[in-house]
Design a protein. Structure first.
Length: 347
């Protein structure tokens, strides 16, 4: 990939970063004044924080990709990416982020009981979330995105034919957006984990020459890095479902359009495992721990493990920032595994 093509990724990424910062600052004030808030149960004084601010990541991501389209349309540079794929990604992320936003703004004047604790934010019902998130798959299905032949670990190349756009893509979008939504509750845990996954996809795409995948993953990484500035401990906001749905969909789009599905599945394995752990308790699970007097957390269900965070808290009494840090290290471990499997020609 020539230097010129790197600039066509760097410039949209810089704009995505800047727009995400500006939009996050705006949404923090706007959501708080509008009463769209959530209680931070991990702090002793249980502060109320603005919620639903994760829409800024989706907005920054979309603006970044549109910047690329603008430059390509006005012939400022040679377009290396399939613009049809880019527009499908933009629409997919916008639609699913809007669905998450509807979930985020469902707040009550009085606290309600959700997943074992009291909060002002109620959100959508569990059965509604996968049903509503299917809208994010429609644009990718409509353009017959990706390549139906996928290299499956230990099985080799498998041709899924028409099942790929009509069955595998919608299932992937629904699963990824909802599974990514499961791992959270601690400052920076979902933002940092998503950033690690997107950077892994960016590195893979650059190494193996997938420009479209590199563009999508690069712009998403920039937006996540900007948002992490506000979501690191002690967080100034709550990302909300608009954030998790958009990031999950962005990761899937990068995998599919960058033709790195097999690699992406290994990178996404922490969320696949999280889904299976939550499934053991029918998703009526909180990732949060029980705050102790010394500022550490103990697992909410004792030795029973229904989340990565429960495992971490059982291995060591952690402070909030430590839980997030250990989860990031787990994600980095799976990234290393994915690259090792690719090096050994298992992917």
């Amino acid at each position: 990939m020539v230097f010129h093509s790197y600039l066509t990724i760097i410039i949209p990424a810089i704009l995505a970063f800047a727009v995400t910062v500006i939009t996050t600052l705006f949404l923090m004030n706007y959501m708080f004044e509008s009463g769209v808030t959530a209680v931070d149960h991990n702090k002793r004084n249980s502060p109320t924080l603005p919620s639903g601010c994760g829409s800024a990541v989706a907005f920054g991501f979309v603006v970044g990709l549109l910047t690329y389209v603008f430059g390509s349309s006005f012939s400022f540079y040679i377009s290396y990416a399939n613009l049809e794929y880019i527009f499908a990604t933009i629409i997919a992320v916008f639609l699913i982020s809007f669905t998450g936003f509807i979930d985020d703004i469902n707040v009550k004047r009085q606290t309600v009981r959700t997943t074992g604790m009291d909060d002002t934010r109620k959100g959508l019902k569990q059965w509604q979330k996968p049903l509503f998130t299917i809208v994010g798959a429609i644009p990718l299905m409509a353009i017959n995105a990706g390549v139906s032949v996928i290299r499956v670990p230990f099985l080799g190349a498998v041709n899924f034919g028409v099942l790929y756009p009509l069955v595998i893509i919608p299932l992937a979008v629904i699963f990824a957006s909802n599974a990514f939504n499961l791992l959270g509750g601690f400052d920076g845990i979902s933002t940092g984990s998503g950033l690690i996954a997107s950077l892994a996809l960016l590195a893979y795409a650059l190494i193996y020459g997938s420009y479209t995948g590199a563009l999508i993953a690069g712009v998403l990484s920039a937006a996540l890095l900007a948002f992490l500035l506000f979501n690191l401990y002690p967080a100034k906001l709550v990302p909300g479902d608009a954030f998790t749905y958009a990031v999950g969909t962005g990761l899937v789009a990068a995998m599919i359009l960058g033709q790195m599905e097999a690699f992406g599945v290994i990178v996404f394995m922490p969320w696949i495992i999280e889904f299976l752990l939550h499934l053991r308790k029918r998703f009526d699970v909180t990732d949060l721990g029980k705050l102790q007097s010394n500022g550490t957390f103990r697992a909410p269900y004792g030795k029973r493990i229904y989340s990565w965070t429960h495992l971490i808290m059982n291995l060591k009494r952690c402070k909030e920032w430590e839980v997030s840090l250990y989860m990031w290290l787990i994600c980095i471990g799976f990234v290393a595994l994915a690259f090792a499997m690719k090096y050994l020609a298992l992917l």
